[in-house]
Design a protein around this ligand. Structure first.
Ligand code: MG
Length: 370
């Protein structure tokens, strides 16, 4: 089997509500999605999506994905898409780094691999649990009552996991946010406090120690792994590493040095399923919990994350994020798993099991063919 054509589409995905990242330093209203269609000489077609969360969240942006594709996609025609690690190697040799640009192609190759074996990607990754994975909401930073109201709106739809954004220069406000949400937390509900790198080491130690009685998990409480390692030494709350978990070397260091209790694996940031599954295995070997996410995007991106999440044993999977509920548009009507009662479940559809309605994507912005 050979890749014969790679078509690239750009699609704006407007958010239902403007989104403020931790510290209020970033406001989003629309996501820039890149959809990739990989065609083969046997008629199988795979789809991938890369949708960074804006352009100043992490070093990734929509135009960068499309520029990366222009660099390496011409080298991919003629390769067998089922050999995902050979495709990975060609991409890595042709363009070192820029992992986020490679993820949509990797995803489309896994889609084709699954279809060719008549198995869902989750089974190709080792085998899926029968039960689905709880989906986490993403709760924009705001005043404590507003944040609780947002959580309540997700509870009404069955959500039992939430990623609440905290972090800013007003440390008393952060402490008030966490206390208010924890005092109103439902039994068996997970609330992860996501700092998105907003705190200095000193700020992290002040807030985390002020609320240590709750034992809640803080995600990315500092800018770098060095910061988080230092924060780790002066606090007792569990820590998740998200933005600083980019490469397999990062994963190895976090596990070896005991820097975190949770891996926040975002598939776009780490370069796709081929690389993410190795991180999953490092986490499982070290008793580290996992939160799997797309960085954002449509049901396609959610579905990719849900496949990996459903390969992780119940005792180690925290949740997976579902961005589809935050968008005003659905580019894949009737296709792919939806969040039902706060749970996203992969069925036995071969491959990814989600594809966009091409009529909703417009014309390709680039085509690479043999
Ligand atoms: Mg995060």
């Amino acid at each position: 089997m050979k890749i014969t054509r790679i078509s690239v589409f750009q699609k704006n995905l407007p958010l239902k509500d403007p989104y403020y990242l931790s510290g209020g330093r970033l406001k989003f209203e629309v996501l820039d999605a890149t959809l990739v269609k990989v065609e083969t000489d046997v008629g199988l077609v795979g789809w991938g999506e890369g949708t960074p969360w804006g352009h100043i969240y992490v070093p990734a942006h929509g135009p960068g994905i499309r520029a990366g594709l222009a660099t390496f996609a011409p080298r991919l025609t003629g390769l067998d898409p089922r050999k995902v690690e050979l495709v990975e190697r060609v991409m890595d040799v042709t363009l070192p780094g820029h992992l986020y640009a490679k993820q949509p192609v990797d995803m489309a190759c896994w889609d084709i691999l699954g279809q060719s074996c008549r198995m869902p990607i989750a089974d190709m990754l080792g085998g899926k649990r029968d039960n689905g994975t709880r989906a986490a909401s993403s709760v924009s930073s705001g005043d404590p009552a507003e944040m609780l109201a947002t959580i309540q709106s997700y509870r009404d739809r069955g959500y039992t996991a939430h990623s609440a954004k905290v972090g800013g220069s007003d440390l008393d406000m952060d402490i008030a946010r966490i206390r208010h949400l924890e005092k109103n937390r439902m039994p068996d509900e997970i609330i992860l406090y996501d700092v998105n790198r907003a705190w200095t080491r000193r700020e992290a130690s002040i807030v985390m120690n002020a609320v240590s009685e709750f034992g809640v998990t803080f995600e990315q409480p500092g800018e770098t792994l060095d910061d988080i390692a230092q924060i780790r030494g002066v606090t007792t709350s569990p820590i998740s590493v998200d933005e600083s978990l980019v490469t397999l070397q990062d994963a190895a260091r976090i596990a070896r040095d005991g820097i975190a209790d949770v891996f926040g694996i975002k598939l776009n940031r780490v370069g796709g399923l081929t690389k993410a599954r190795r991180m999953r295995d490092i986490a499982l070997a070290h008793g580290i919990q996992i939160f799997v996410m797309a960085t954002g995007g449509s049901v396609l991106a959610d579905t990719e994350a849900a496949h990996l999440a459903q390969t992780i044993p119940d005792a180690f999977i925290q949740a997976c994020w579902s961005c589809q509920d935050m968008l005003t548009v659905d580019i894949a009507p009737g296709s792919g798993p939806r969040t039902v009662d706060g749970v996203i479940t992969i069925d036995d559809t071969p491959g990814l099991g989600a594809m966009p309605d091409e009529n909703l994507l417009g014309d390709p912005v680039a085509i690479y063919e043999a």
